[in-house]
Design a protein around this ligand. Structure first.
Ligand SMILES: *[C@@H]1O[C@H](CO)[C@@H](O)[C@H](O)[C@H]1NC(C)=O
Ligand SMILES: *[C@@H]1O[C@H](CO)[C@@H](O)[C@H](O)[C@H]1NC(C)=O
Ligand SMILES: *[C@@H]1O[C@H](CO)[C@@H](O)[C@H](O)[C@H]1NC(C)=O
Ligand SMILES: *[C@@H]1O[C@H](CO)[C@@H](O)[C@H](O)[C@H]1NC(C)=O
Ligand SMILES: *[C@@H]1O[C@H](CO)[C@@H](O)[C@H](O)[C@H]1NC(C)=O
Length: 290
């Protein structure tokens, strides 16, 4: 195997004393590092499985660490509950002693890990580097269009925004070549807690070439196609559920009133004692059969 032996001394000042006690040795140990690192992919909110390749089953210990901080592992001399006290709560070691499951991934879990292990018949420690690459899908980009017609120079400012993605990405614009336009600015905002990223881009459109259909994208996700520079005297009717609801209620009430009046008139025409009622309701006297 093409495993080149990168000899280095393994003594981590930040490694907790409990961990050294678990390993059962305070001596400086020689570490043999495997040449190829393992690349893992995960999604924020999802799970990932770390596997540390070992050649033999007789393990003295095998553990995963993150920048010298213990994550989880197996020690021949320790019980699972002793180890669980020190382990990350979002991890579980598999019964095979070489596999670790990590749950509820968030951006802070992105980065480099190491697996360190020793066989019972050797005091040499072996190391395997593992990279965890996390991604989160950006939301479908949402456009907002603001047009103005100052001094008959018609122009529009369009902003496309997409949120809660990882890592940083860019908004791209899909605009036909005939349009006169330019990107004014773009922004990236990290949520300080979740480290997820919101991005946006604002573009200026000179509308002298008229109405165009455009869209914007982030990665493989595109916005709906929308139009810029539509004639300003014809602004699109905003979709407002509240207004639609009010219209519906007014419409139904009006229809019911008309039906009620019509029904009363009809009834009045048939009923003998309906003359006064007809007058009140404005039914034509001429319609009366009397
Ligand atoms: C993110 O996007 C990829 C590729 O389009 C898709 O396979 C995956 O299911 C998406 N993840 C989530 C959490 O929606
Ligand atoms: C748009 O471009 C035309 C031609 O280049 C120019 O005359 C006009 O002033 C521009 N309009 C705006 C709003 O910049
Ligand atoms: C980008 O430019 C537009 C127009 O000048 C402005 O309204 C907006 O606040 C700017 N956005 C950022 C993130 O600077
Ligand atoms: C990112 O966008 C989401 C949804 O619009 C919002 O709730 C959140 O506060 C934004 N975060 C930042 C850092 O702007
Ligand atoms: C976008 O799609 C291409 C192929 O359609 C795929 O190879 C690539 O991984 C996708 N990118 C993302 C960010 O989903």
């Amino acid at each position: 195997m093409a495993s080149h032996c990168n000899r280095q001394y393994f003594l981590n000042p930040r490694l907790s004393l409990q961990l050294l006690a678990l390993v059962g040795t305070f001596f400086v140990t020689i570490v043999t590092e495997s040449a190829a690192s393992i690349q893992l992919r995960g999604e924020v909110g999802g799970n990932v499985t770390f596997s540390c390749p070992t050649a033999k089953p007789n393990l003295k210990f095998l553990y995963f660490q993150r920048v010298e901080i213990f994550v989880n592992g197996y020690y021949q001399s320790k019980t699972a509950s002793e180890i669980a006290e020190l382990a990350w709560k979002n991890t579980i070691m598999d019964h095979d002693k070489t596999t670790m499951h990590m749950y509820n991934l968030n951006v802070s879990h992105h980065g480099e890990y190491q697996c360190l292990f020793q066989y019972t018949d050797s005091s040499a420690t072996q190391k395997q580097v593992i990279h965890l690459n996390l991604t989160a899908n950006y939301s479908k980009p949402a456009p907002t269009v603001h047009c103005s017609d100052e001094n008959h120079r018609f122009s529009c400012l369009v902003t496309c925004a997409s949120h809660d993605g990882y890592p940083v990405d860019k908004v791209t614009w899909n605009v036909p070549g005939s349009q006169m336009w330019t990107v004014l600015n773009s922004s990236e905002m990290n949520d300080p807690k979740t480290m997820m990223v919101n991005i946006s881009s604002t573009a200026y459109f000179n509308c002298s070439n008229g109405n165009t259909s455009i869209s914007c994208s982030v990665g493989n996700v595109s916005s709906d196609v929308f139009s810029v520079c539509a004639p300003i005297e014809n602004p699109p009717v905003p979709h407002c559920p509240m207004i639609e609801a009010i219209c519906a209620v007014v419409g139904i009430t009006f229809t019911m009133l008309v039906l009620l009046l019509w029904w009363r008139c009809k009834k009045g025409q048939r009923g003998a004692a309906a003359v006064d009622f007809r007058r009140v309701n404005g039914c034509e006297e001429g319609n009366s059969p009397h």
